[in-house]
Design a protein around this ligand. Structure first.
Ligand SMILES: [Zn+2]
Length: 45
């Protein structure tokens, strides 16, 4: 029986609120917005 271990914490600041799992990263909304431009995840206009 596989364990459904949801460990969604921001790997940058450690918060557990609004953490996104995208691009193999675990980042909260705030950190994601800070990191996105640096990582080339800017919105396409
Ligand atoms: Zn964060």
């Amino acid at each position: 029986m596989p364990e459904e271990h949801e460990d969604r914490t921001c790997e940058r600041c450690g918060t557990r609120a609004a953490v996104y799992q995208q691009f193999g990263l675990h980042l909260c909304r705030r950190c994601f917005r800070e990191m996105a431009p640096k990582m080339g995840f800017e919105k396409h206009e």
